[in-house]
Design a protein around this ligand. Sequence first.
Ligand SMILES: Cc1ncc(COP(=O)(O)O)c(C=O)c1O
Length: 346
Amino acid sequence: MDITQLIRPNILSLKPYQSAREMVQKGVLLDANVNPYDQHWEGVQLNRYPDPRQRALRQVIARFLGVKTENVVAGAGSDEVLDWIFKVFCQPGQDQVAIAEPTYGMYSVTAHIFGIPVVEYRLDKRFNFDAERFLEVVPNNTKVLFLCSPNNPTGNLLDRSQIMALCRKWEKIVVVDEAYIEFAEVPSLVCELSEVPNLLILRTLSKAFGRAALRLGYVVASKQVIDHFLKVKAPYNLNALTMENGCQALQQSESWRLHVESTRRERGRIASELSDIPQIAQVFPSQANFLLFRCPQASQVCRRLLEKGIIVRDRSSLPGLEDCIRVSVGTPAENNLFLKELRRIL
Ligand SMILES: Cc1ncc(COP(=O)(O)O)c(C=O)c1O
């Protein structure tokens, strides 16, 4: 498959901006009009521009995943990567994107910002994806499909073999957002990347790594795709502090693994306690750090929880999610408070 055929012609021919720190990072740096007197914060130099190629960070991410550095690039949250996907692949007035709904709202918001029409593909009753069914309904001018696994807000994994079957049959871009994969009991799709050049995987440090405020996400894909993302991204999209702290987070495996274990334990406990509440009609199985459940008058329940200072997400307005509430797994103490108030309200 020739990925370049999917790239917008203006991006293929784009000569990217050559920033000062692109080639040379050390020496007598008199080329960037910055303050030459050293400023540091937590050991990180602040008076010079950060590395636009994110060399150190990309190496650490690549080692963490077991891929090559040329297969990753990082954004200010994985939400920034969504922008690059539209910039590189979606031609306004010509292309559209497909989104497997119900899912995370940013795919559709970003499509609207870029003026790209959205085809809504509905996941089945159990929120599974079916490659054959997708191929039957997808319009020809669809350039990109957005999938999320584990899916937000339903919590389930999408069938791996269906995703891989689609990547092999559909010669377009398949994006799988794995923001919650560290909480799942299956490995990431990253190990399948070398098989299929049209698969893009989004990951983030906002969830399992406890770095939501840092704004650091990344995309894993074929070298060709990554090279074009490097062309369209702002030269200094990540600041030096974020990159330094991101490297540390990825290298300290014990602390995030402990948090993931505790979250999985609490996820099981909340699911079982919710299932014991008679008014709760359904608790959906989750491989993420949240649970989706259905209960009567969900919106009112959310409002009453809010009055008690407990904030959960009413997902009732999404297709197929009538009367559904999404609750994040908190600390054991927070989860106890939530369960106690919910029982009282119901
Ligand atoms: C599926 C999914 N992807 C991405 C994000 C955001 O990731 P980031 O913080 O890296 O932009 C979220 C946040 O809730 C999410 O649910």
